[in-house]
Design a protein around this ligand. Structure first.
Ligand SMILES: NC(=O)c1ccc[n+]([C@@H]2O[C@H](COP(=O)([O-])OP(=O)(O)OC[C@H]3O[C@@H](n4cnc5c(N)ncnc54)[C@H](O)[C@@H]3O)[C@@H](O)[C@H]2O)c1
Length: 436
């Protein structure tokens, strides 16, 4: 079976690499010719653990190809995955124009029967739109190829994407025909050897499942951030509260960590898109509106703590920032809380020294020369009046406190991810602030 993956970003590349790893002939396509050239030269354009090795191995085996020509990719193709971006539109709804454009191109260029799988996160009704577009284009060409449109949202986490794809909790598939169902079951069979975890459903439910999953996870985070802010006001410790509730099997321990807000390419835009979908249907998503508001406020909490500590006198202060990516394990900077903190610090007249183990290059493109890009975490702390930890990379967890103390002008740490024990900070001679 030959499959093609349209869009070679975080999702497209992982999808292509994992399907080729199980033996399929995979063509990965992108309109960004520079990205395709990079891939053909053996460079992985994103940071994602074990992805470069997977791409290299399967490309060398002749099972994985990269191209900017959809026409070339579609020759003898059986299945086409659409994995292009669905960014936030101006009114908060998902911008599905990239998906529609990809579908139109497929309709214009397909050369035989095809199963078209929408892997991008799309609002309910998008698969039906894709079907209409394909039908229109085939009619305009007077072509009568058979096609099916399938919804197959992706649940991978950046930083663990390959493992998530190889060993998924579940695979959700929205299908309307027995033929497409059989093709999808066959495609995912290699990833189900330890038990069948494919859930078949109708397309609308499948499309909505993806948004509901992200909205639920975002809700847990905002809820715990709200509780953390209350803890600070009543003298409780949010880590204790988290442990206390996480042991309840009905609640579970995951996604209960308070911090300085969620970011990334998914939660912020997907929560907004779900609110927008509901509004289009005359329904008010009250819980999610609060989730969104709490998160926007939480991204400012670290700055407020820093400002309060220095009694509002921030002009000329040097602040070190450890961690720029929206979470550890990725170089993705989309909606990263670090950007909100850095822009507030700069506006208040601070000098900012930043370090991230993998996101320096992507950050440079966003921050230019407004901040100092440090050589390492201790270089960032050099001469700093305060250190803010924004992303919980492993290497920040047990720093050399003596070295850090010697580098900083004043020993104050604002721990935005609660990775340090109060005692450790105190014993090392630091004044520590945390969330909750
Ligand atoms: N990143 C994640 O963690 C994640 C997880 C699950 C689902 N998703 C969803 O998957 C989709 C893709 O996300 P991503 O993070 O991989 O996006 P991305 O921005 O990293 O990649 C999208 C790619 O699509 C390409 N593209 C755009 N239009 C094209 C076209 N017509 N033909 C070919 N290529 C085209 C772009 O050049 C880009 O390389 C989104 O809907 C997103 O919400 C993302």
């Amino acid at each position: 079976m030959k499959i093609i993956v349209i869009g070679s970003g975080y999702v497209g590349l992982v999808t292509a690499a994992c399907f080729s790893e199980v033996g399929l002939d995979v063509w990965c396509m992108d309109t960004d010719s520079a990205k395709v050239a990079q891939l053909n030269a053996g460079h992985c354009p994103i940071y994602e653990p074990s992805l470069p090795e997977l791409l290299a191995r399967n490309a060398a085996a002749g099972r994985l190809h990269f191209s900017d020509s959809l026409e070339q990719c579609l020759v003898d193709a059986d299945v086409a995955f659409i994995a292009v971006g669905t960014p936030e539109g101006e009114d908060g709804s998902a911008d599905v124009s990239y998906v529609r454009n990809a579908a139109r191109s497929v309709g214009r260029l397909m050369k035989g029967d095809l199963v078209v799988v929408v892997k991008s996160t799309v609002p309910v009704g998008t698969c039906a739109q894709v079907e209409t577009i394909l039908r229109e284009e085939l009619k305009a060409r007077n072509a009568s190829f058979a096609f099916d449109v399938v919804s197959n949202p992706e649940f991978l986490k950046e930083g663990h994407a390959v493992d998530d794809f190889m060993m998924p909790d579940r695979v959700v598939i929205g299908v309307e025909s027995a033929r497409a169902r059989a093709v999808m079951a066959e495609l995912y069979r290699p990833f189900m050897m330890t038990g069948d975890r494919i859930v078949f459903m109708d397309r609308a439910s499948s499309e909505l499942t993806k948004y509901t999953a992200n909205a639920m996870l975002a809700t847990r985070i905002s809820f715990m951030n709200d509780i953390a802010n209350l803890c600070e006001r009543v003298g409780a410790n949010v880590d204790m509260v988290r442990k206390g509730i996480g042991m309840d099997h009905r609640i579970g321990p995951k996604f209960l960590y308070a911090g300085c807000g969620y970011g990334g390419s998914c939660f912020p835009k997907d929560v907004k898109a779900l609110i927008a979908t509901a509004a289009q249907h005359g329904y008010d998503m009250e819980v999610l509106q609060a989730v969104e508001r709490v998160n926007a406020r939480q991204k400012t909490v670290l700055f407020e703590k820093i400002s309060r500590h220095f009694k509002g006198e921030l002009k000329g202060r040097v602040v070190a920032v450890w961690g720029l990516a929206f979470k550890p394990g990725t170089d993705d900077m989309r909606e990263a809380p670090s950007l909100v903190l850095i822009s507030a610090l700069l506006e208040a007249g601070c000098a900012v020294r930043v370090f991230d183990p993998v996101a320096m290059e992507k950050s440079r493109a966003l921050l230019g020369d407004a901040v100092y890009f440090a050589k390492n975490m201790y270089d960032a702390a050099q001469g700093a009046d305060a250190l803010a930890v924004v992303t919980e990379w492993k290497e920040f967890r047990l720093p050399d406190w003596k070295k850090l103390r010697a580098a900083m002008k004043t020993p104050v740490v604002f721990d935005g991810r609660n990775i340090y024990r109060e005692e450790s900070l105190k014993n090392a001679g630091f004044l520590g602030y945390r969330i909750g």
